[in-house]
Design a protein around this ligand. Structure first.
Ligand code: ZN
Length: 283
């Protein structure tokens, strides 16, 4: 095992419950991936520092820019149209446009889907310079960077969407707290991530396609994702992982106050499934 080294430290404390005891779950790319004994959250115990991750993503996005060609197809646009229709159902009474922020917007599929819908006013963020450039070329409001770097005012958005993003972020708590800060009171957070408790993940073990630090540091189940966001100041409205794709989907509502450090029981809504199976994956 290569870690810790100058680019890595050891993450002893579970980011979801602060528990200090875990068992080795898998090893991949010389990283130890562990499961918390208290809450079952799975995470990379070998924790890269921010500069190391930034350098790595910077190289990867440079390569991506050289080879970028926009992805298309009717199936792709249909998936985002279904998502748009589903999301707007949560704002039935709203007369002013739903202010939507997508973090990790890629080439702008969701932004494009809502672009001509008067019920939305949307903007997106992505690290991929070429993808952002493309999104802007087709008339979308996309910016380069992450949510922490934008300086958005408090209570700006009605809805923040993160599709296959949260498993990559360096600091889970700070990113989700920032999402909460920029949401209006009662605003919604919708996220999709790989689901570590899906049968495909269990069967595949170390060959699971989503297993791979340092790109993927955090491995959620509906229960652990729900527990984390509740701790940071959200109420879980629904979670699911019932379909052929091994994805957790979570919809959460900003509550009045975060509850740092509190340990809460798992929500009975963890097994509730009302979220469509969209198979959203941009990368
Ligand atoms: Zn834990």
């Amino acid at each position: 095992m290569l870690h810790p080294n100058r680019n890595h430290s050891i993450l002893d404390q579970c980011p979801v419950c602060d528990g200090g005891h875990h068992d080795l779950w898998q090893e991949k790319n010389d990283y130890a991936i562990v499961r918390c004994r208290d809450c079952n959250f799975v995470f990379s115990r070998d924790y890269p520092n921010f500069d190391f991750l930034s350098r790595r993503y910077s190289k990867s996005y440079s390569k991506d820019a050289e080879n970028f060609t926009p992805k298309g197809g009717i199936g792709r646009s249909l998936k985002y149209r279904i998502l748009t229709r589903w999301l707007q159902k949560f704002f039935p009474e709203k007369e002013s446009p739903i202010r939507l922020l997508e973090i990790g917007c890629g080439q702008g599929d969701l932004l494009k889907s809502v672009h001509n819908n008067p019920r939305f006013a949307a903007q997106g963020l992505d690290y991929g310079k070429r993808r952002v450039q493309y999104a802007r070329e087709i008339g979308l409001d996309a910016r380069e960077g992450d949510i922490e770097s934008q300086g958005f005012a408090d209570n700006t958005f009605d809805l923040v969407v993160a599709l296959h993003v949260i498993e990559h972020v360096h600091d889970l708590h700070s990113t989700i707290a920032e999402i909460r800060r920029v949401l209006k009171p009662g605003g919604l957070f919708f996220a999709v991530c790989p689901c570590v408790t899906h049968f495909k993940a269990r069967l595949a073990g170390e060959r699971w396609k989503y297993l791979g630090p340092p790109g993927h540091l955090w491995y959620f189940s509906p229960r652990t994702f729900s527990r984390l966001v509740r701790r940071i100041g959200f109420e879980t409205l629904s979670t699911s992982c019932f379909y052929h794709r091994a994805h957790v989907r979570i919809l959460a509502k900003k509550t009045d106050a975060p509850q740092p450090g509190s340990r809460q029981p798992a929500s009975p809504l963890d097994r509730h499934s009302s979220i469509p199976n969209l198979g959203l994956e941009k990368k």
